[in-house]
Design a protein around this ligand. Structure first.
Ligand code: COA
Length: 260
């Protein structure tokens, strides 16, 4: 499939999705959100793709936010629709994908850009990255899940301060906050993501899918995460991957997971 605002490249079970509007610091306009939706959905359905990595093109930005020029004249209803549609099409979709998604934050991740990174399963950043939710400086609040996912990741007090001040934190502070898992040089960012992806790919993709469901259950209203864990744990016992994984261990050989 060909896209206008994003690039995709698949190699050895890993798809790299690159948001490609460098002149606009990869700001997320509606078309880009739609294309990302299609790319993530397609990748998730492809059994040969085991890990998704998302990054921004150019040296400056991952994503500098939602495209301000697109919503500056919106009214109340249009504002609500923008947030609801974006959350459903992209941010909730990514969080609940069964294929692991890693964000490679290669520069500014602001507003919708940080919200995009936070919807991913985990994040790495280059040492020049800057992260923040500056929406209140524009007279609005984060609308793509930022008020919910930032406190989940860094704690309520830090999220309150970041959102109220509209300030940016650097990669080391983000690491210290637990917002990202690793900091590296810009050159090493994608190689490090790939190295982690390779570790993930050695394991059962079926079990990983269950693990994502169980972990996410902890953050869903009205859902008992322990119950989901019990259900998903039990389900694993009915899979070929479980038979292969346990047999391989007992036979002292490397597992060759059949997957779904
Ligand atoms: N929406 C639309 N366009 C954006 C954008 C956004 N969120 N972020 C950057 N751009 C555009 C700029 O308008 C500029 O376009 P132009 O060259 O046609 O004028 C281009 O990207 C480059 O940005 P510029 O501001 O010139 O770069 P900078 O290095 O001086 O500043 C930032 C970088 C990230 C600090 C600054 O672009 C910024 O504050 N962006 C908005 C961040 C934001 O508030 N995001 C939350 C949105 S809800």
């Amino acid at each position: 499939m060909s896209y206008n605002n994003i690039l995709t490249e698949t190699q050895d079970g890993i798809i790299l999705i690159t948001i490609n509007r460098p002149k606009k610091l990869n700001a997320l306009n509606i078309d880009t959100i739609q294309e990302l939706h299609e790319a993530f959905d397609t990748a998730n359905k492809d059994k040969n793709i085991k890990v998704i990595i998302i990054t921004g093109s150019g040296e400056k930005a991952f994503v500098a936010g939602a495209d301000i020029s697109e919503f500056s004249d919106f009214d109340v209803e249009e504002g609500q629709e923008l947030a609801a549609e974006g959350q459903e099409l992209l941010f909730d979709l990514i969080e609940n994908l069964s294929t692991p998604v890693i964000a490679a934050v290669n520069g500014f991740a602001l507003g919708g850009g940080l919200e995009l990174a936070m919807a991913c399963h985990f994040r790495l950043a280059s040492n020049n990255a800057k992260m923040g939710l500056p929406e209140v400086s524009l007279g609005v609040i984060p609308g793509y899940g930022g008020t919910q996912r930032l406190p989940q990741l860094v704690g309520k007090g830090r999220a309150m301060e970041m959102i109220m001040t509209a300030g940016m934190i650097d990669a080391n502070q983000a690491l210290n906050y637990g917002l990202i898992n690793h900091v590296t040089t810009p050159e090493e960012l994608l190689p490090l993501c790939e190295k982690i992806a390779e570790k993930i790919m050695r394991n059962s993709s079926v079990a990983i899918k269950s693990a994502i469901k169980a972990i996410n259950a902890n953050f869903k209203d009205g859902v008992n995460g322990f119950d989901v864990e019990i259900e998903q744990f039990g389900n694993c016992f009915g899979t070929d991957d479980f038979k292969e994984g346990t047999s391989a261990f007992l036979e002292k050989r490397k597992a060759n997971f059949p997957g779904e």
